[in-house]
Design a protein around this ligand. Structure first.
Ligand code: HEM
Length: 184
């Protein structure tokens, strides 16, 4: 059980939990702004909330590059042998989907902002250089894309959390611990 290869490295664990917190915060703030705020009654507040959404979410673009490099150079622990080949395949597909979403949401978010004529700021420190100018045709594509992918992300993340809890409390294996502990 305490074999080193059954645990993610401390760096992988830190990246996982930091990105999870940023992702969920960005999701809630984006959802709040889009569905509960309007430019009609309090436009400046909505503007501030979207700006916060962007400043938090753009950090994921940098973190995902580090995370993919780390994942490539430090393989993940093996899934438990008690999982059927089909479940292992589904788990890998789910993880692939999560990596895709971690890239697709910040990228469509930046394209959404740039094509609407706005910047993509990072932690209130600097802006990602604008790769495209105002573009209403592109905006009509990337805006719904960003929203649909955010809903797919919510479903995938709920599934991911439920699967981790099932491993821990029902199967009683090492899967959740591999992301929270280190070998003694
Ligand atoms: C992983 C990162 C991100 C997540 C999880 C995320 C999530 C969301 C969600 C859930 C919404 C609301 C969708 C709905 O109404 O159903 C939203 C809207 C929005 N997002 Fe993102 N987003 C991310 C990254 C970004 C980035 C990097 C930008 C721009 C730099 C951005 C710009 C926007 C804008 C402008 C809106 C519309 C807000 C409004 O009209 O009130 N997003 N996002």
């Amino acid at each position: 059980m305490n074999n080193k290869t059954e645990y993610y490295t401390r760096t992988a664990q830190a990246l996982h939990w930091i990105m999870a917190i940023i992702f969920i915060a960005a999701w809630i703030i984006g959802f709040y702004s889009d569905n509960f705020l309007s430019y009609d009654n309090d436009g400046s507040f909505k503007g501030q909330v979207i700006t916060l959404h962007k400043n938090i979410a753009t950090t994921l673009i940098f973190l995902i590059v580090i995370r993919l490099f780390w994942r490539y150079t430090h393989p993940a622990p093996k899934l438990p042998d008690s999982m059927s080949p089909l479940m292992q395949k589904l788990a890998h597909l789910g993880h692939l989907g999560l990596y895709f979403i971690l890239l697709a949401l910040p990228i469509t978010g930046c394209l959404f902002s740039w094509s609407a004529g706005h910047p993509a700021p990072v932690l209130y420190l600097f802006e990602i250089p604008r790769l495209i100018q105002d573009n209403p045709e592109l905006l009509a594509i990337v805006k719904p894309l960003h929203i649909y992918i955010s809903w797919a992300a919510a479903l995938l993340i709920i599934g991911h959390v439920l699967a981790a809890l099932k491993h821990h409390f029902i199967d009683k294996d090492n899967v959740l611990r591999s992301m929270t502990r280190q070998p003694k």
